[in-house]
Design a binder for this molecule. Structure first.
Ligand SMILES: Nc1ncnc2c1ncn2[C@@H]1O[C@H](COP(=O)(O)OP(=O)(O)O)[C@@H](O)[C@H]1O
Ligand SMILES: [Mg+2]
Length: 576
């Protein structure tokens, strides 16, 4: 029975209450979760508008934790934070979600063609693949033996089934194509191993400077308008993940609406198929109850792990986790817990860790043997872009990649506005052997050199600020020129230009190498007595500036053109 209603928080006495269990409140059966038990009194966060609930209303526990439903029908779906399909809800109740509405997460009527891969009589256990469903053109959905089931396959079917129909009988238990999993519990891997494969994104500053590995976690903080959402969308579109889970916590009122309209239009660049064929969207619009927002990142993580368990490389984007943390703060405030830094609860750090530590790669449970990975990229939007703020700091504690967005870069319209002086990836060493092998042996050397030039530029800029450009030596002026080329012709990348929006690794390596070899030749020209002004007039500078906008084939003569131009300038054979 309800004792108190305080916004999204309800206190109630419930028979058989357990922390973490789902409950149904009032006559409308609103959904809530027990987040705390003090004596007989349960604190419940309610995933729906609580207006109309009153003291004395009935509450009953379902006896089960908040769970996701896993099975065919996930891909292409757009869910809210507790996995209610938004389309179906809208169809049933219009734009304003009717409270207490019950819609199954996975479609019940749709039949899927199940093709078994094991035989009757074989012995299976949790994680073993029983068969597959071609869920979309892009993805084969593996139907796995659910946790807790093992034994002899007494029956296995072949044909079209709904997710409610039995497709196999194992150890006396009927198995369907759907299973449940508590969202706050990690799905286990059989063995974890260190991150060693890059998740290539086609974004030059990321792949070349601060690479992300399959199975790692990255923190993408930046002030409002710095470009977090654009980067997250670029990653969703271009990274070489098999499956994308996009958890959107809208910052602006209409931002999620944009995502909901935009995503279904996006094409998978590799296959030309709709991106939604390998995507699950979880949308929290700002008008949805905050408790659902709190749950949404776990809902996303559980779905992501499920696809990882099939042997896929999954990438989960959460944009922005600040909205999630604010939901946590608001619930904590209502629970009258002792506030920590900036009013966030003391357990903010451990909750963030619970989420980001679900990233990883390894061997999946079950047969046939397979490996999968889950990469998590969380954007954070601290007020005023302040990186010392608790959500950023606690995220950095668990993630090993920091792509710090810089307001002043965004203001100058340098995109992506990732600050190259502050950002880091602690995976460079892990990924280096692989990058050197698949890209070019000198790729890592060039990367180091470019970063060093940029660091030197920032020191020189300080001097220029104090005593003016004239105080720099010709050598230093040349370095500034090289740095500018690295920034403008390599790091700057338009998300909207059809060619520039994606650079494969060979192109990235080639472009960086071209800029650096220009710099080397320019230094030789300088030693041969040529001035910075003369060098700055070279035509190939313009050609380098345009190279990011054209294909490698179109630039096949660029490196020799550069050499020829320097040859003409110096008048002698250079030694390169
Ligand atoms: N890579 C990019 N190329 C071109 N424009 C960009 C890029 N990244 C961001 N922008 C510009 O910045 C604006 C704000 O970006 P957005 O991702 O919405 O910021 P945030 O999510 O950090 O508030 C975009 O609407 C776009 O105009
Ligand atoms: Mg945004």
């Amino acid at each position: 029975m309800i004792k108190k209603v305080a916004g999204p928080l309800v206190m109630a006495e419930i028979a058989g209450a357990r922390k973490g269990d789902l409950v149904k409140l009032g006559e409308k059966h609103l959904i809530g979760e027990i987040i705390e038990l003090r004596g007989p009194l349960a604190s419940i966060q309610v995933y729906e508008e609580t207006a109309g609930l009153k003291v004395g209303d009935p509450v009953s526990t379902t006896g089960e934790p908040l769970s996701v439903e896993l099975g065919p029908g996930l891909l292409g779906a757009i869910f809210d934070g507790i996995q209610r399909p938004l389309d179906q809800i809208r169809q049933q109740s219009g734009d304003f979600i009717t409270r207490g509405i019950e819609v199954a997460p996975l479609p019940r009527d749709k039949k899927w063609a199940f093709v078994p891969i094991i035989n009757q009589g074989s012995t299976v256990s949790a994680g073993d693949i029983l068969g597959t469903v071609q869920e979309t053109q892009l993805v084969s959905h593996k139907i796995m033996v659910p946790e807790g089931i093992a034994g002899t396959v007494e029956q296995i079917k072949n044909g079209d089934f709904t997710v409610d129909e039995t497709i196999a009988v194992v150890g006396g238990r009927a198995i369907t194509m759907k299973q449940k999993w508590p969202v706050r519990k990690r799905r286990p891997l059989a063995a974890r191993f260190p991150v060693n494969q890059p998740l290539t994104t086609g974004q030059r500053i990321i792949d070349s400077f601060f690479p992300i590995g399959k199975g790692s976690a990255a923190c993408l903080p930046g002030p409002f308008g710095a470009g977090k959402t654009v980067i997250q969308h670029q990653l969703a579109k271009w990274s070489d993940a098999d499956i994308i889970i996009f958890v959107g916590c809208g910052e602006r009122g209409n931002e999620m609406t944009d995502v909901l309209l935009e995503f279904p239009e996006l094409k998978d660049p590799r296959s030309g198929r709709p991106l939604m064929e390998r995507t699950v969207l979880i949308a929290n619009t700002s008008n949805m109850p905050i408790a659902a927002r709190e749950a949404s990142v776990y809902t996303g993580a559980a779905i992501a792990e499920y696809f990882r368990d099939m042997g896929y490389n999954v990438a989960l984007m959460a944009d922005s986790t600040s909205r999630w943390a604010e939901a946590l703060r608001e619930m904590s405030g209502r629970l009258e817990e002792m506030p920590g830094e900036e009013g966030y609860p003391a357990y903010l750090g451990s909750r963030l860790a619970d989420f980001y530590e679900r990233a990883g790669c390894g061997t999946c449970q079950g047969q046939p043997a397979r490996q999968g990975s889950l990469t998590i990229i969380g954007s954070v939007s601290p007020p005023g872009g302040d990186l010392s703020e608790p959500v950023v700091q606690n995220t950095l504690r668990v993630t090993k990649i920091f792509w710090g967005l810089d307001e002043s870069l965004a203001h100058k319209r340098h995109f992506p506005s990732i600050n190259w002086l502050l950002s880091y990836s602690l995976y460079v060493d892990n990924l280096s052997p692989h990058l050197a092998k698949i890209v070019a042996p000198d790729f890592l050397v060039n990367r180091e050199r470019a970063l060093k030039i940029l660091a030197e530029e920032s020191e020189l800029e300080e001097i220029v600020r104090l005593v003016g450009l004239e105080s720099l030596s010709p050598k230093e002026q040349l370095l500034l020129m090289a740095a500018k080329m690295i920034r403008e012709d390599f790091l700057y990348q338009s998300a909207f230009d059809p060619v520039d929006q994606y650079s494969d690794l060979p192109k990235q390596a080639w472009l960086l190498k071209t800029i650096l070899s220009f710099y080397d030749l320019a230094r030789q020209a300088q030693e041969a007595g040529k001035t910075t002004a003369e060098i700055q007039e070279l035509k190939t500078i313009q050609a380098i500036a345009k190279a990011r906008l054209s294909t490698e084939a179109e630039n096949k003569n660029l490196q020799s053109d550069i050499k020829d131009e320097f040859h003409n300038l110096i008048g002698v054979q250079y030694h390169a």
